[in-house]
Design a protein around this ligand. Structure first.
Ligand code: BGC
Length: 256
């Protein structure tokens, strides 16, 4: 017998620099309806290699018997400027993606429609509505510190998509080249040294956008006690709450 489907369930997939995370989300509540699973992001992350990884992922999801509505779109969080399913940048992924219809390619791999959204926008939507920004009105700025710096601006619950604040130039360099979590490791910075770079970046962004709340996400946010106390800004700065599920949940919400 076919499992009963739940109309609100969606598959969410978050394609990151090192891992592809995925899970089933109840989009009526924003809660996970499965554990978050992951597989390594292929290296190099070319379109063919990523499509292959998604076929593997699908085989695993089919084993879960997840009661997904058969033709419902899967949500994919992708680390590029995404407009109408097409990638318009490729900062930390293969250039082959630029100009590609990502919805079409990944939709073929998954055998269902796909709705792609920028990875930080996905995480930001989830954090602002269901995580650390729950109940906050006005302008919420979510920054993800990882391989690059992702940014999402949510104003009274509505996302302003494709903000690329990791690419702000500061001192002749892209902000993410100096201030991402990967830059901290690459440059061997201790927490005080890293907090100094973060302070400079956040003060600039705060001046430009005057948000009500800044949420810091990305893997490094679990170590927030090491760097948040060193920051001094007018705006409250809080760690993300959804951790590694934010991209998956946000991608699923955007697909619903
Ligand atoms: C990309 C963004 C992405 C961020 C986080 C940046 O380099 O330009 O599109 O959201 O990295 O992955």
């Amino acid at each position: 017998m076919e499992p009963t489907t739940c109309e609100a369930l969606r598959l969410g997939i978050d394609i990151g620099g090192t891992a592809i995370k995925y899970g089933v989300v109840d989009t009526a509540t924003g809660n996970l309806a499965s554990p978050i699973a992951q597989l390594p992001t292929p290296n190099p992350a070319t379109p063919d290699a990523v499509a292959g990884a998604l076929r593997k992922l699908l085989a695993e999801v089919e084993r879960w018997d997840a009661a997904l509505p058969p033709d419902a779109a899967a949500g994919v969080a992708f680390p590029a400027i995404m407009r109408h399913g097409t990638a318009h940048s490729a900062a930390n992924i293969s250039d082959e993606w630029i100009g590609m219809d990502v919805n079409e390619l990944l939709g073929q791999a998954l055998g269902r429609p796909v709705n792609t959204i920028n990875d930080a926008d996905a995480a930001g939507l989830a954090e602002a509505s269901r995580g650390a920004g729950r109940g906050q009105d006005g302008t919420v700025l979510v920054l993800t510190l990882g391989t690059g710096i992702g940014s999402a601006l949510v104003v009274d619950g509505a996302l302003v998509p494709n903000l690329e604040l990791g690419h702000l130039e500061m001192g002749g360099e892209k902000a993410e080249a100096r201030t991402s979590a990967v830059a901290r490791e690459r440059d061997g910075l201790d927490w005080t040294g890293y907090a100094a770079r973060l302070q400079e970046y956040l003060a600039h962004v705060e001046f430009l956008f005057s948000p009500e709340l800044v949420i810091l996400g990305g893997g490094i946010s679990v170590r927030h006690e090491e760097f948040l106390p060193h920051l001094s800004l007018r705006t409250p700065v809080v760690p993300a709450q959804l951790h590694n599920s934010a991209g998956v949940v946000g991608a699923a919400l955007a697909a619903a």
